[in-house]
Write a protein that binds this ligand. Structure first.
Ligand SMILES: Cc1cc2nc3c(=O)[nH]c(=O)nc-3n(C[C@H](O)[C@H](O)[C@H](O)COP(=O)(O)OP(=O)(O)OC[C@H]3O[C@@H](n4cnc5c(N)ncnc54)[C@H](O)[C@@H]3O)c2cc1C
Length: 451
């Protein structure tokens, strides 16, 4: 670790007492994703945001090429709370944020169904519909309670029956998580799974389309194209308040939690309190004085990588959906989305911009086969319509909720709290959450820092 920040030349490393830091040292925020930016905007004292990339936004950033804009796969903004709505609407000029009615589908057994699968069985082969309905009746007839630590598969079988679990939840989640859903806890993720009433499931099975079900029936999106407009608007506001608050292109290095010093871009920075939005394993790996039980807990944390393709097409996306779930095991992707269906600004006039989330994150993707499969399901006009394809990887995409998750995260967060460190946001807290949660986490973290 380098010398202590020369803006405070007289500072001596403090003794181990975690609350011994001088109050005039700044709050240091690691990461300029939505959580870090929200923390900084809501904090009333001196704060520094340290970001490795040369741009803000983290997972909510956008990539641009040849007039096409691609978010890091679908990033649709759902705001349920008044305080996040007020924050976000205040950042955009009137009309610059558009509210869009979700159009989603499920491609199953060669048919495009409206989302969600469990409420729109009509159109599937009759034996499949029959199996799904029998499973639903049996699950209701049994009426047994959901086991306390239910796996994702148990949750699906309990709520919807064995047929719906077999034809959608198991294959879709196996493709998404890369792990059989009987090995995944249902904690956290089930909040996003719509649970229609049995009467709705029956109506959907006889062709009465069930629309608007689920937490995300409408979403917000920047009119100009690119979810990064949210983060850049937050960063602009922050920099207008304090030009030195944001340090881009600055990698976080070692952290000495006893001395309250963090290495930022090779220089040592003292802090009063530290808020980290880095993935939790990355934070622990950097803390030089983390005790063995914390390192052991860190070793238990599991996550999955993401591999996806940005696809640019010469003509518009032929299907109307914003995104489509693909449970079919033989297809090499589990979700396909069209950015340009949400905002025409995402592609040059008359063109299409899509993302394709791949099941296999290890081997190089077979692009011709993937493009052919997209054309076969109608997601693109034809393979020849593709202008370019680019592969992207996300190292930390989804936290895995296995049996070790709850205990390991509790151990780590409890210890961090004793050191004046708060680890928050989707990857800092090590949970499954959305952009709205990131904004809320930032508000709470700012309040904690001031307390
Ligand atoms: C594939 C995918 C799709 C999603 N879709 C949606 C959606 O449709 N709707 C929705 O609401 N949410 C969605 N989310 C969730 C959303 O992206 C997150 O909840 C939110 O962006 C998390 O923000 P964050 O600031 O907590 O973390 P991050 O965005 O990960 O920010 C952390 C920041 O820390 C920086 N950093 C990391 N290491 C270092 C280091 N060593 N030094 C310095 N800086 C570092 C990173 O560069 C990054 O900027 C999706 C997430 C994924 C992965």
């Amino acid at each position: 670790m380098g010398a202590v920040d020369d803006r405070d030349p007289g500072a001596q490393p403090s003794a181990a007492a975690p609350d011994a830091a001088a109050p005039d040292e700044p709050l240091v925020i690691l990461g300029a994703g939505l959580t870090g930016l929200s923390t900084a905007l809501h904090h009333r004292g001196a704060a520094i945001v340290v970001e490795r990339e040369h741009r803000v936004g983290g997972k909510a950033a956008s990539d641009r090429r040849e007039g096409f804009t691609f978010d890091i796969t679908g990033h649709w903004l759902h705001l349920r709370q008044a305080r996040t709505r007020s924050l976000v609407h205040d950042l955009f000029a009137p009309g610059d944020l558009v509210e869009i009615e979700r159009r989603t589908g499920v491609y199953s057994h060669g048919t495009m169904l409206p989302y969600p699968f469990q409420a729109n069985l009509f159109g599937l082969p009759l034996p499949v519909v029959h199996e799904c309905l029998v499973g639903l009746f049996e699950a209701h007839r049994r009426g047994d309670p959901l086991p306390e630590r239910a796996s994702l598969q148990q949750f699906a079988e309990h709520r919807f029956g064995a047929g719906i679990a077999r034809h959608f939840f198991v294959p879709y989640n196996t493709k998404l998580w890369g792990v059989a859903p009987d090995r995944l806890s249902s904690a956290w993720v089930t909040r996003y799974i719509p649970v229609p009433e049995p009467a709705q499931i029956l109506a959907g099975a006889i062709g009465m389309v069930q629309e608007g079900i689920g937490y995300n029936a409408r979403f917000l999106y920047p009119r100009a194209g690119g979810i990064d407009h949210l983060a850049t608007a937050m960063a602009a506001r922050l920099v207008a308040r304090d030009a030195s608050a944001l340090r881009l292109g600055t990698e976080v290095g070692a952290i000495d939690s006893a001395r309250r010093v963090v290495e930022c871009g090779g220089r040592a920075q003292r802090y009063r309190r530290l808020i980290s939005t880095l993935p939790l394993p990355e934070l622990i790996d950097r803390i030089v004085d983390a005790p063995p039980e914390v390192r052991e807990a860190r070793a238990a944390l599991q996550w999955i990588r993401w591999r996806y393709l940005n696809v640019a097409t010469r003509t518009p996306t032929p299907r109307p959906e914003h995104w489509i779930y693909v449970p079919e095991p033989q297809l090499p992707f589990f979700r396909v989305g069209s950015f340009s269906n949400a905002s025409p600004a995402m592609a040059p006039p008359g063109c299409g911009a899509l993302y394709v989330e791949l099941t296999d994150r290890e081997r190089a993707p077979d692009e011709p086969a993937i493009v052919a499969a997209l054309a076969a399901m109608g997601a693109i006009t034809s393979p020849g319509d593709v202008r370019f394809v680019e592969q992207r990887d996300i190292e930390y995409a989804y936290v895995v909720f296995d049996d070790a998750h709850a205990g390991a995260t509790a151990t780590i967060h409890a210890w961090l709290a004793t050191r004046g460190i708060r680890s928050c946001g989707r990857y800092g807290a090590w949970v499954y959450s959305a952009m709205e949660d990131a904004l809320l986490d930032g508000m709470e973290a700012a309040a904690w820092a001031e307390a």
